[in-house]
Design a binder for this molecule. Structure first.
Ligand SMILES: [Fe+2]
Ligand SMILES: [Fe+2]
Length: 135
């Protein structure tokens, strides 16, 4: 079941980036499944670890792409990425320690951050990269 619909408003038109964004959304949708189907804490944490791992991979690739093409706002972009990975780590640690449980609030944060980031700061590099011939 899909909670965040992948659709054209999230598409940037750069294939590798779109594929990675799509996969991130699939993983967040799995977390929604875990919440509503009442998966065990261990399984939810495993999916959350998977989200962290793939987020780090995507951010690394995206930052490298921007660095290679000398995109001027890369530092600011890296800071935003770190904010998100730090938050996932915080949730993972808090749930592991029993100080927090997976919730709609957490999933709303992840959903809003990611979709907002794609439509906001990620979208800002699209014209620049396309101009450099990246597709
Ligand atoms: Fe980004
Ligand atoms: Fe991105």
């Amino acid at each position: 079941m899909g909670y965040i619909e992948w659709s054209s408003y999230l598409e940037l038109g750069i294939k590798d980036v779109d594929d990675q964004h799509h996969k991130l959304i699939d993983i967040i949708n799995k977390l929604y499944d875990g919440l509503f189907e009442e998966h065990t804490k261990e399984i939810q944490l495993e999916v959350l670890s998977g989200l962290l791992k793939y987020t780090e991979e995507h951010f690394k690739d995206e930052e490298e792409l921007l660095r290679v093409h000398n995109f001027i706002d890369n530092e600011e972009h890296i800071k935003k990425h770190k904010e998100f990975t730090d938050k996932i780590i915080y949730y993972h640690e808090s749930i592991t320690a029993g100080k927090m449980v997976m919730s709609l609030d957490i999933l709303s944060y992840l959903t809003e951050w990611l979709t907002g980031h794609i439509q906001g700061i990620d979208k800002e590099y699209v014209a620049f990269l396309k101009n450099k011939g990246v597709v």
